[in-house]
Each structure stands twice: as C-alpha cells, then as structure tokens.
Design a protein around this ligand. Structure first.
Ligand code: PLP
Length: 377
C-alpha cells in the first residue's frame, strides 16, 4: 500500500527522519555521560519509544494514563513530570502495585505533606523530585527560594514516611522563545546551573538529592556543559516541528511528522486551495505566530514531503484547511481536486494528539506500518 490509497486526513511518520533525529540527540548527549529519559508525551506510542530505548529504559510521562500504557508495554522506570496532587494518589498506588517504579514531582509544602502521610499509611516507598523554576516559564520554586528546604522537610524522614527525596527537576520551557543559538546556549546553562544549585542547597541541608533532571529539546541540543546533571529529558526531538525549525534547532527536512490531506476545492479569486485537513487534523496550535516566520497552521509539502514554494495553511475550520501562497495569493498553484498534500505541523505534540495512529513510511510513499498511539487521561 502507498499513501495514495489512504483516506485522508492521516498522520504520517517518516521513520527514517525519526531515527536520524533520535540518533542526533543520543550522539550529542553521549560525551556528557548523562542518562536520556525521553519525554514520551510527544509520541504516546510503544513503537516509537522502543526506537529510543528498549522496554525497561527510563521514560518521562505527562499523565498517569501514559504511565499505565508504558508500564503495560514494559517500561517500568517512569517519571511522572507533572506536579502530584492527593486526588491522583490512588492511581499512583495502583500503578506501583502493578510494578511501576514511579518517581513523582511536586513544588509545594501541601503536596509534600499529603504525600508523606499517604506513603506512611500505605507503607509505600516513593521517590520524589522537587520542581525547580529556572526560567520563569511555569511551575517550580526558584533555586534560592527558602521554601525549597521547607518542601524537603515536609517530605519527612524516609524511614518513617516512605516519601524519599530523590532530587530536583527543571524544564527550561522558555527555550521555545529563544531567537538565536547563543540565547539557547545561555538558557541551557541557566537551566543546568539553577538545578545543580538547588540540589546543592538540599545536600548542604543534609538531604540526599542524587538526581538532577533537566531538559527541553532546544536546551538538550545546545547545552555546552551538563556538569552536575544526571539525566536529560526531551520529547519533541523525536519528530521536530516548525517551532523547533523557527528557533534553529532543526531544518525543515528533519521534520518527521506531517498530515496527509486532499485538495477538495478552490477559491480562485482568493488564491485558496481548500483541503480536508482542518484544525481537527492539525490542532489549533499556532506556535510559529510569534516567530519571525509565521507558518500559519502548517507548511505545505507535496506527497513526497518536499515543501511547495511557500504554500502555507493560512486558516483552519474544523475539517477544512485553507492553503495559499504565503505572500501572493495570485501565486497559489491551483492544484487539481484530489491532489494529495502533506502539511508539516507547528507543534508535533499537539498535532499528533489529534490522531490515533501513525501511517509509517520510510522516506517515500510506500506504507511500512501502522503504529497506534493513545490519548486521553
Ligand atoms: C517537564 C518536561 N520535561 C521535558 C519536556 C520535553 O521538552 P521538549 O518537548 O522541548 O522536548 C517537557 C515538555 O513540555 C516537559 O514539560
């Protein structure tokens, strides 16, 4: 079978590009002697994750459902990298009793106390990382924040509570806003130094904090030093996307994911092609809107994945895409009805989340496999 025979829209994964992207990050991290703990929220697929590391290797997840799915497929060393709340602890317990070696994350005294009580009551031993905010991007406590030590104290004595402080975690998500290699390098160093500093403060206060976990795809690719870091997390590096291309982390040709769609109509006076891939197929993510080159809802390629002279998906309805020449509507080629196109996504995680499977190709249009992915919580 080939892509020509599929009913569109379809999520297409180029396995060759994906494997090249994986090899690139593994090769980059090898000299640093750190563990890669891939964030599997991007791919949500055992088939894809097994190309990064065999079952049993460490993974990071963003939902407990993801943890359950990967546990069922043999990955039991799982970091749940979203702050834990008491209401999710029964789910955590279920996963642990099924054999998951879960590490949890938190950044406040309330969650630490609740976890300590819960572990003690159930005689469960749970490793915990404290989330550190190294760039103001999202959650976490600042490396110098006095509450860092309060959180560690609230976890209590492992011998008594079972909650074990294992170290610190940070995610330099502000790297997505960087505009140069130098800026990403600087942020990578800020991420590293902040996480290491927080771990040192914990150790100086008498806590064990062996794990220093950092990462985002840009900082993982641009870090010059990882001194003091024990593991790196990255997710979107597997597929890459237009946002990563816009900040200079990859080239257009590295993007392994695209949405196959069909030209279903024309609006000649406006220079529009109408396709059957709307925001349901691409997601609403407009991550390149803030970048120097706005790619609309995606960059349009031919069936072989070759970009078509500045055709972009300028707008999206639920099941309709509007494709036009980026600068000059009159320059839009009126491709025949039925033409198959492939649209590169702004944000691979968001676009992939709209689909239940990957149609896998190896460079060309011949279908090599169909890999399922899961969704929901
Ligand atoms: C906690 C955490 N770690 C790692 C990552 C991976 O970052 P990226 O998608 O840039 O590879 C994310 C992504 O959102 C994250 O939230």
């Amino acid at each position: 079978m080939t892509l020509h025979e599929l009913e569109t829209p379809v999520l297409v994964l180029d396995r060759i590009k994906m494997e090249r992207n994986i090899a690139r990050l593994c090769g980059r991290l090898a000299p640093f002697g750190v563990t890669l703990r891939p964030h599997v929220k991007t791919n949500k697929s055992a088939e894809v994750t097994s190309r990064i590391g065999a079952p049993g290797t460490p993974v990071t997840v963003s939902t407990l459902k993801e943890a359950g799915y990967f546990l069922d497929h043999g990955w039991n060393d799982i970091l749940y990298a979203v702050g834990i709340v008491p209401s999710k602890l029964p789910h955590v317990e279920d996963l642990m009793r099924r054999g998951a070696r879960l590490t949890l994350l938190l950044d406040n005294v309330e969650a630490a106390r609740a976890l300590a009580v819960w572990c003690r009551e159930r005689a469960l031993s749970v490793p915990v990382l404290i989330e550190i905010d190294t760039d103001g991007h999202r959650s976490g406590v600042k490396p110098e924040d006095p509450s860092l030590l309060d959180i560690a104290a609230a976890l209590g004595d492992e011998e008594i509570t079972g909650a074990r402080l294992a170290g610190v975690l940070t995610h330099a998500g502000d790297s997505y806003n960087c505009r140069s290699a130098e800026a990403i390098e600087a942020l990578a160093e800020q991420e590293r130094a902040g996480a290491v500093r927080a771990a040192e403060r914990l150790r100086a206060a008498g806590h064990r904090a062996p794990v220093v976990s950092v990462g985002s795809t840009p900082t993982a690719h641009f870090a010059r030093s990882l001194a003091g870091v024990t593991e790196v997390r990255a997710g979107v590096f597997v597929f890459f996307d237009l946002v990563m291309r816009g900040i200079g982390v990859c080239d257009t040709d590295d993007i392994a994911l695209s949405v196959l769609c069909t030209v279903i109509g024309h609006q000649r006076e406006k220079g529009w092609l109408i396709t059957d891939a709307g925001w349901m197929a691409m997601s609403r993510d407009r991550g390149t809107a803030k970048q120097p080159v706005d790619q609309g809802y995606g960059l349009v390629c031919d069936i072989d994945g070759k970009p078509l002279s500045d055709l972009v998906m300028i707008d999206a309805n639920q099941e309709h895409g509007i494709v036009r020449h980026r600068a000059d509507p009159a320059a839009t080629p009126m491709l025949p009805i039925g033409t198959l196109l492939r649209v590169l996504p702004n944000h691979a995680c968001a676009t992939a989340a709209q689909h239940g499977a990957y149609a896998v190709v190896a460079g060309g249009t011949a279908l090599e496999a169909q890999w399922t992915r899961f969704g929901g919580w």
